[in-house]
Design a protein around this ligand. Structure first.
Ligand code: S5P
Length: 268
């Protein structure tokens, strides 16, 4: 099955240039860690991206929480992504009607399409949102842009379950040009009946922490080992890394845990 293949094997067979690049980065740097860099000033964000960049495959941002956001934020992130060989994922969680999300993605104050390789979106509003983002990506003719559908959420009482999650997978299948996969707690497509044999969605799993089970506001964690065993491909960790006493030591621990679990999976 897909989860016993290496990133290199999947890179070779994947049709998306962006996924090929993502898997190639993972192999080169021996990391499946996505740093959720939820810092609130440009200096702090760029500083953590520079120090932890060598150990991660993707840097995930919430660019709207950066209080002094500006051109230097984007230029800085873009330069660091090149220097340290990682991709940029803006965790904007688009959720509106198609016409609105096109404007939020392509223009506005944040210019997300200009700099973020990966974005995510929810299907609460139906298929039109994915159709809209797909159209923007295809029309721009830039190959290194893709969408993850937020098919589940890690917070307590999340309503993104069952039929909603199944619908996320069905919609993803209709937009192979732009939808790379999912943000979910586990691999989803093999549980769904219509899976075609060469389908290969990438699974990003958030709510990953080595030492905590959750926070006071409903966040729920699993460990890197649990997530990889569930078919995850990339592990998103935030406070477990950037809020540690020594973030460099912490990111190396997550990198090792994620990579060991990956190697165990492809060997079994
Ligand atoms: O279901 C989700 C989806 C996301 S993208 N649960 C999440 O926690 N996230 C995001 O992952 C969240 O917005 C935050 O940026 C990160 C988790 O951060 P941590 O500090 O709890 O690891």
């Amino acid at each position: 099955s897909r989860s016993s293949l290496s990133y290199a094997q999947r890179a070779e067979e994947h049709r998306s240039p962006l996924v090929k690049k993502l898997f190639a980065i993972a192999e080169r740097k021996k990391t499946n860690i996505v740093l959720s860099a939820d810092l609130t000033t440009t200096n702090e964000l760029l500083d953590i991206a520079d120090r932890l960049g060598p150990y991660i495959a993707v840097l995930k941002t919430h660019i709207d929480i950066v209080s002094d956001f500006g051109t230097s934020t984007i230029d800085g992130l873009t330069q660091l992504a090149q220097r340290h060989d990682f991709l940029l994922f803006e965790d904007r969680k688009f959720i509106d009607i198609g016409n609105t999300v096109q404007k939020q993605y392509k223009g506005g104050a944040l210019r997300i399409h200009d700099w973020a390789h990966i974005i995510n979106a929810s299907i609460l509003a139906g298929e039109g949102i994915i159709q809209a983002l797909d159209q923007t990506i295809c029309d721009a003719g830039v190959s290194e842009r893709g969408i993850l559908i937020l098919a589940e959420m890690t917070s307590k009482g999340s309503l993104a379950v069952g039929e909603y999650t199944r619908a996320s997978v069905e919609i993803a299948r209709k937009y192979p040009q732009s939808v790379l996969g999912f943000v979910s707690t586990k691999e989803l497509s093999s549980h769904s009946p219509a899976a075609s044999p060469n389908e290969d969605f990438v699974v990003f799993t958030t709510g990953v922490n080595l030492s905590s089970k959750g926070d006071a506001l409903g966040q729920q964690y699993q460990t890197p080992t649990m997530a990889m065993a569930g078919g995850s491909d990339f592990l998103i960790a935030g406070r477990g890394i950037y809020a540690a006493a020594d973030p460099v030591t912490a990111v190396k621990e997550y990198q090792k845990a994620g990579w060991d679990a990956y190697q165990q999976r492809i060997r079994s």
